[in-house]
Design a protein around this ligand. Structure first.
Ligand SMILES: [Zn+2]
Length: 421
């Protein structure tokens, strides 16, 4: 059979094959390695996976990539980011080094509100250009699919401008983007003392208008709404109103839960069928059991704790041992995690959350794909999946989490086309 492309002679073909479901428990330690592996690609999709001899015997092509005894693996999926924003928070970075914490900075009108101010002032063009540079960094680190949240507008016009920026970047950047609408990220200063009125604005105006402009984007079929349930952000009842409204409108659901304070939103989001619940630093054993028994993916964001210089991390080790499906993200954002690199997030997860490199690898690929609703299309090297593939300049995939701060990405292939080699 003739195919478009064959990649052969991989020291390790790391498939992360999962048979159509997210990985849990002991399966997290299996990255599905085929030694001396190869794969055949046609029409942008993987048509066969096996060892080099089998693939060479069964398929013909004019385009062969010799992987040269290196690692061939699925591209990374980053399931939780806030990449679209204006400006930076370099001053706050210094404040934090001097000892101020997130809630203190928030209470002093800094933090997220300073990014909101800059994002409101930025033109759509400037927002796109600033964000494009960050996506380039993520791409260089091997990410080919990323979720991006709004949430630095906190007014209808700017939240919709952020969505437009995500649509435009999705069309013009090699990384595939999944939009998540997050006007419930913080309360805008102009609603101080009238927080419930802002929740009403989200439910009555922002979510319906966002849904309408998403409907105009024929290429966008997978999209989410999200809420930040936390002290000084949205309480449980407000989070419920936002999530229930979003669900009724047809959004998939995500929720920032238990980052600092457990307000009970993990249970709420799981009960509403959320695709993911994210952060999980203060999640209880009872909620971990609920997560394990659900289809919801738990996304941990170890870059955030690392960025805070904190010794406390979400207990991803326990969650995996209790059979939760866990994914890792960078949470790339200007305040708590200015980090484009899934390999660095994996490296931190290994050291501070006691994941094995295999578990971190599955968490950043196949489980991350399920965490953005694309588990049937990307995240592993299995027949029928999009040929989103990396060749790493190492012969052992564990090197990616072991040697932190390095970049092993040698070749990037997006839907069967080489974009970097
Ligand atoms: Zn976040």
């Amino acid at each position: 059979m003739k195919v478009d492309l064959i990649i052969e002679n991989a020291a390790q073909l790391v498939t992360c094959a999962s048979g159509g479901k997210p990985k849990r428990g002991a399966a997290m330690t299996d990255v599905g390695i085929i030694e001396n592996g190869a794969l055949a690609i046609s029409g942008g999709k993987i048509v066969a996976v096996g060892n080099t001899k089998e693939i060479a015997g069964n398929f013909q092509t004019e385009n062969v990539i010799d992987a040269g005894n290196k690692v061939v693996c699925p591209a990374f999926v980053d399931p939780h980011t806030h990449v679209v924003f204006a400006g930076n928070r370099l001053n706050e970075f210094e404040l934090k080094i001097k000892g101020a914490d997130y809630l203190e900075i928030l209470e002093n009108g800094g933090g997220i509100i300073s990014t909101v101010k800059q994002t409101r002032e930025a033109s759509l063009k400037s927002l796109i250009e600033q964000s494009r540079r960050r996506l380039d960094e993520m791409l260089a680190c091997g990410t080919l699919t990323a979720e991006i949240k709004t949430g630095y507008g906190l007014d209808t016009a700017t939240e919709l401008k952020m969505l437009e920026a995500i649509f435009e970047l999705d069309k013009t950047h090699p990384i595939d983007l999944i939009p998540t609408f997050l006007p419930a990220h913080a309360f805008p200063p102009e609603f101080k003392g009238r927080e419930d009125e802002y929740v009403a604005l989200i439910c009555d105006e922002m979510l319906p208008e966002a849904k309408e402009i998403i409907n105009y984007q024929s290429s966008i079929t997978n999209y989410f709404a999200d809420v930040f349930c936390e002290k000084n952000a949205f309480n449980l009842e407000q989070s419920r109103r936002v999530l229930e409204t979003a669900k009724r409108l047809g959004f998939g659901l995500k929720a920032h839960v238990d980052e600092f304070t457990n307000l009970g939103c993990a249970r709420l989001a799981i009960e509403l069928g959320a695709t993911s619940i994210d952060h999980l630093d203060a999640t209880s054993d009872e909620e971990i059991a609920l997560l394990a028994a659900s289809q919801t993916i738990g996304i941990v964001t170890p870059t955030v704790n690392f960025n805070f210089g904190s010794a406390h991390f979400a207990d991803a080790r326990k969650m995996i041992d209790k059979h939760c499906a866990i994914a890792v993200s960078t949470d790339y954002n200007p305040g708590s995690a200015p980090c484009p690199s899934q390999p660095l997030a994996m490296a931190i997860a290994c050291r501070y959350q006691k994941l094995l490199p295999s578990e971190a690898f599955n968490a950043a690929t196949i489980n991350a794909a399920f965490a953005v609703g694309l588990g049937d299309k990307i995240g592993s090297l299995e027949v029928g999946k999009s040929a989103d593939i990396l060749i790493l300049d190492t012969n052992d995939y564990r090197q990616t989490a072991y040697e932190f701060g390095a970049n092993f990405i040698e070749t990037i292939i997006k839907t069967g086309k080489i974009i970097t080699r």
